[in-house]
Ligand binder design. Sequence first.
Ligand SMILES: NC(=O)c1ccc[n+]([C@@H]2O[C@H](COP(=O)([O-])OP(=O)(O)OC[C@H]3O[C@@H](n4cnc5c(N)ncnc54)[C@H](O)[C@@H]3O)[C@@H](O)[C@H]2O)c1
Length: 436
Amino acid sequence: MKNTAQLRKSILARTASVAVIGQGYVGLSLACGAAEADFRVVGVDVDELRVNELRRGILNVPGVSAEVFASAYASERMTFSTDVTALDDADIIAICVPTPVRDNMPDLSHIVGAARAVATRLTAGRLVILESTTYPGTTDEVVRPILESSGLEAGRDFLLSYSPERIDPGNMEFDLRNTPRIVGGGTPEATGIAALFYGQMVDKVVPVSSCRTAELVKLLENTFRHINIALANEMAMVCHDVGIDVWEVVDAAATKPFGFMPFYPGPGVGGHCIPVDPAYLAWQVRRDAGRQFRILEAAQDINAQMPAYVAARISDALNDARKTVKGATILVLGVSYKRDVGDIRESPSIAILNLLHKRGAKVRFHDPYVESLQVNGLVLQRSELSRTAVTGADCVAILTAHSRYDLDWIAEHAHLVFDERNAFGSRHPGDRVVRL
Ligand SMILES: NC(=O)c1ccc[n+]([C@@H]2O[C@H](COP(=O)([O-])OP(=O)(O)OC[C@H]3O[C@@H](n4cnc5c(N)ncnc54)[C@H](O)[C@@H]3O)[C@@H](O)[C@H]2O)c1
């Protein structure tokens, strides 16, 4: 590309301006990171309410750190817009829009919509980066032709790259800066310039040979988690059948200093990534290779059946206490998909609540981060975590063990606790606590 030297110079001098399309968790995190690194940034989103609040300094995106947002906002280098003309001034445009699954197939409509918007404003000399998680080939085969409908050519007139967001929401140890960044470009020049841009914000950039490679790196990472969680879940079922404590087995295996990484059982997989991203890969392998990604599809099956397994184990625990699920009051603690975050997307706790409710239980829930949710179409408000609520429940089921729960107090007052997460660990809180 002709203007590469100019773009390189402006990145190094931080005079390059950045537009980030999609102001969800990923896009807002990138916008904040770029503003903190002294770039001028505009965050573009189709959601007017979100944009209006962000403009006023109101953080309305779960998972983004309040301090990170406040600091970037105070820098006055970050603005927000719903108008695609905001892209006109941007030297670097990043696309961070959702990639859901619809009918077991990738739904690229948001990527297509964002790429079309970019195509209408594209001029020569820009760098366009896709950050949304997707299957290999999306950047080259879906985004590139849309951008080239502008009459400009990738590699010759503008640069096109892919860089997956890898951040783990709620993780206090790893953030945008200290999580290495994978970058793959349509040309070595595109990889180099995108790597230079991310290098201003993150400690380590890992260039790879192509957009397709970078796309698959992200899917490998999430498929790896999905499969290992399935292994832990199936191990939990087997251990229960043969009367061995799965938690003790995993912890003991984890003392091996090499060749083993502990994964723990749980109620299934939740959140925006782990249940969704591997489905992109399974779909693509079927489409392009005409075969099943067998280990991945087996993991999907195992994890999908966990809510039913957990609901059955809660029923068994009630049965052992001479009670039936029908008519029992079950207080679920923790409905978000993971500890200490409020994200309930794809949360298996909700699937478990639905199942118990269908079996006739009177379900209640408490979660410090969630005020209300839908159970079989009915809106359920959070109950208090009071002594009355705990003693009034036939079973208290800890499905997500938020760190602020006072476990000893719960064990002291509850008639029966089902501990799905081994929240009590090696403590022995008595016979009233049943572990998965
Ligand atoms: N949330 C995570 O932990 C995480 C981590 C890594 C990767 N990802 C991936 O990053 C991508 C974005 O995820 P997210 O969690 O930030 O999504 P999100 O749903 O939180 O936010 C996406 C935003 O994009 C906006 N949007 C949709 N279409 C648009 C368009 N055409 N133009 C402008 N704005 C548009 C939406 O209004 C929304 O505000 C997805 O592909 C996701 O899989 C997410």
